[in-house]
Design a protein around this ligand. Sequence first.
Ligand code: GLU
Length: 441
Amino acid sequence: MKFLTRFAPSPTGYLHVGNIRTALFNFLLSKQNGGKFLLRIDDTDLERSKQIYEDEIKRDLEWLGIEWDLYEKQSNRFERYIDVFEKLKIEHKIYPCYETKSELNLKRKKLLNMGKPPVYDRAALKLSHDEHKKYEKDGINPHWRFLLDKKGVSWKDKIIGDVRIDLASLSDPVFVKEDGQFLYTLASVCDDIDFNITHVVRGLDHLTNTAIQIQLIRNLNGDVPVYGHHSLLVDLSGDNLSKRLGSLSVRDLRNSGVEPMALINLMSTLGSSNSPKILHSLNDVASFFEINSFGSAPTKFDLNLLNSMSSKVLRKTPINIIKKELIELGIPNDDQENFWEAIKENLNTREEISQLWDICINGIYPVIEKEDLEFVKTAIKILPQAPLDKNSWKIWTNQVSEKTGRKGKSLFLPLRKALTGKNIGPDMGKLLPFLKKIPEF
Ligand code: GLU
């Protein structure tokens, strides 16, 4: 069977850094194995699923360069889920239940009070024909539970090795709600089988789901994919990241100027025995990625690490990758390479590229301390005529130093501030040839 992985987000919110790990692992595995990658939108919950979230999910993946070969939406497949549902019904693998939420809560509390696990007692299986008829007559719709085979389910996990989950202490899971909504398990399994998904990588929070899904797949005579469960991300104090998902949405990172390849480099190694590399393409990342180098312990995510990785990636970006951006800024062809060389070492975000180019073309209002005013005036007067080149700064500052007696910081800093309006920035020797608007006095 052709190697096929999938990423199956629910469009009920923005993607967060943890989701990107899942997407990336599946994508990289498919790349490494000459396979394909499916983007599946898990939108069976029609009320909570929103088009805007789906659009943003796609935008996030596109921004990261994670391209999908196949695309599907669960809301297009309800007919197929109904078929499977009917089949399971005929085979008595699912059964109708009528308990209300509060009745179920009460049952749960009673069991817990007795020190027992709160497992559903399958009371609905004991309902008589007449009792069923009465519910029907009263217009009460049932929810449907899957009849678990309460034994252990084992598999060899791609990441955590041998796993065995005991289903005895689980309640029969609800597959279909009273209002007819298909819940995640039935739809997901149905799709995994129909699309011939060969490998499923997802978070450790899905471990029990996997055991249930394996049982359902076997019931439906499907092929059980290879599973891999990666650790979950936590913040630096060890708390679940979901608490602060808002601040760690991929959308926000994207808007904050983080380099997409920084997120990719970090996520492809965080929690593994490999340290992150500064790579600029997903092909390169795929050639270093090792799924079995990851562990199961919660993995700390540090936003500062991502930001520092982001400037490292940007500073090392080769001209051919950044060229498009330089063209968009209107930087002439002949200047692109030298300008990039001049500025890259000091960049933190891409936004600074346009800011620097703007200073070059339009100049700035000079920042000059009172005590430096005469000094700067003298210096600007003897600035050589354009065109300036890579030696101009050195020649000029030597002359300025001779004339004013200033050296070191007291020589260079006021000039930098007068020409760029900033205390720090690119090597002035490299930048000076691009400064087209020198302040006049
Ligand atoms: N929609 C599910 C989720 O976002 C998919 C889980 C899976 O990969 O099966 O958690």
